[in-house]
Unconditional design. Structure first.
Length: 157
């Protein structure tokens, strides 16, 4: 059994996912991954300051892609997007499945290609390490990837 699983430097193995999901192995975020996340976030912050609109940063999403969002309303837009997509129903998904989902999302965030703040990556790891598992419902997923509802429930935590 692993005592810890490092996220960010290399792809996770199925065994590592199982160690975290089923056996509560500790999650450590690679320092290089946090640097990549911070570098990309700096780019996003620069786009937010640009007078030109940028999709999902200074505009709405989907049908609202051409709607400019004032700087003082952008944090509200992001929070509202998460809340509106957390619309699952049905039975609770098993704890180990949710933990695996969280770990795999953490791995994706750690690539430094998503634009999240480093604190988001650190918080995902902290949630896993504290054994906090948000309630995710079986039905209600949205989007072409089919994971927006479950990920939104996790993000609310």
């Amino acid at each position: 059994m692993h005592t810890s699983v490092t996220v960010g430097s290399t792809p996770l193995t199925p065994r590592e996912v199982v160690e975290v999901a089923r056996h509560d192995a500790r999650v450590v975020v690679d320092a290089d991954a946090l640097r990549r996340v911070a570098d990309t976030r700096a780019l996003i912050e620069g786009l937010a300051d640009d007078p030109q609109p940028h999709y999902g940063i200074s505009t709405g999403f989907g049908a609202l892609a051409t709607t400019f969002i004032a700087e003082d309303r952008r944090a509200q837009l992001q929070a509202s997007l998460i809340r509106s997509h957390a619309a699952g129903t049905g039975a609770e998904v098993e704890r180990e499945v949710v933990r695996a989902l969280m770990l795999l999302r953490l791995q994706t965030l750690s690539t430094g290609r998503t634009g999240v703040r480093p604190v988001v990556v650190e918080t995902y790891a902290a949630l896993l390490n504290a054994g906090i598992t948000p309630v995710v419902r079986e039905y209600g997923s949205l989007g072409c990837s089919g994971d927006l509802a479950p990920l939104s429930h996790v993000a609310l935590a």
